[in-house]
Unconditional design. Structure first.
Lengths: 115, 110
């Protein structure tokens, strides 16, 4: 039972480089989301999706793109990395839009450093 | 907008001590409230939840009561263990978004 799988676990980029953080879940969850975790700021929502083909912006979407072509996968793209994007990124999913009876399941995170 | 405020950390306790981590919130409507826990090197896991006023969530010896009159959801445990060392996040959901507090680092020493 894999749950939510994120790859890679660690990544170092130079300013201006692009990359994609991968996220896959095997629980047939409709809702998927990306958060970044920074010291003293908790987790902030970047983008989310309520189903295949549907995405929306969260609290801090600038500099990130997402797509949802399948229920299982929700990749996060950095088109031109900046040092401000140095963070730990978490993918999370739930059965339906987050509510009292649909808690989030988190991946183990990707630690990204942009130099 | 919605917001969650947690007590500042880090918190360091000895084994078997009593734990309280304060959490207050601001939200429109009637949010559901959660505590998530993050062990080192892992993602967050749901610890407990409460979906309406006066509900008490509990799990693994931890408890929190949804207090609408004080807009609070304080986390408590009567006797902490070394294995409880982790970061604890209070969160609320109103609609489709989950809003997190900044997290409180707990270290329990033997």
């Amino acid at each position: 039972n894999a749950g939510v799988t994120q790859t890679p676990k660690f990544q170092v980029l130079k300013t201006g480089q692009s990359m994609t953080l991968q996220c896959a879940q095997d629980m047939n969850h409709e809702y998927m989301s990306w958060y970044r975790q920074d010291p003293g700021m908790g987790l902030r929502l970047i983008h989310y999706s309520v189903g295949a083909g549907i995405t929306d912006q969260g609290e801090v979407p600038n500099g990130y793109n997402v797509s949802r072509s399948t229920t299982e996968d929700f990749p996060l793209r950095l088109l031109s990395a900046a040092p401000s994007q140095t963070s730990v990124y978490f993918c999370a999913s739930s059965y339906s839009e987050t509510g009292g009876n649909s808690p989030l399941h988190f991946g183990n995170g990707t630690r990204l450093t942009v130099t | 907008g919605d917001s969650v405020t947690q007590m500042e950390g880090p918190v360091t306790l000895s084994e078997e001590a009593f734990l309280t981590i304060n959490c207050t919130y601001t939200a429109t409507g009637y949010p559901s409230l959660f505590w998530y826990v993050q062990y080192p090197g892992e993602g967050l896991q749901l610890l407990l939840k409460a979906t309406k006023a006066d509900d008490k969530g509990s799990n693994k010896g931890f408890e929190a009561t949804y207090r609408k009159e004080t807009t609070s959801f304080h986390l408590e445990k009567g006797s902490v263990q070394v294995s409880d060392s982790a970061v604890y996040f209070c969160a609320l959901t109103s609609g489709s978004r989950l809003t997190f507090g900044e997290g409180t680092q707990l270290t329990v020493n033997p």
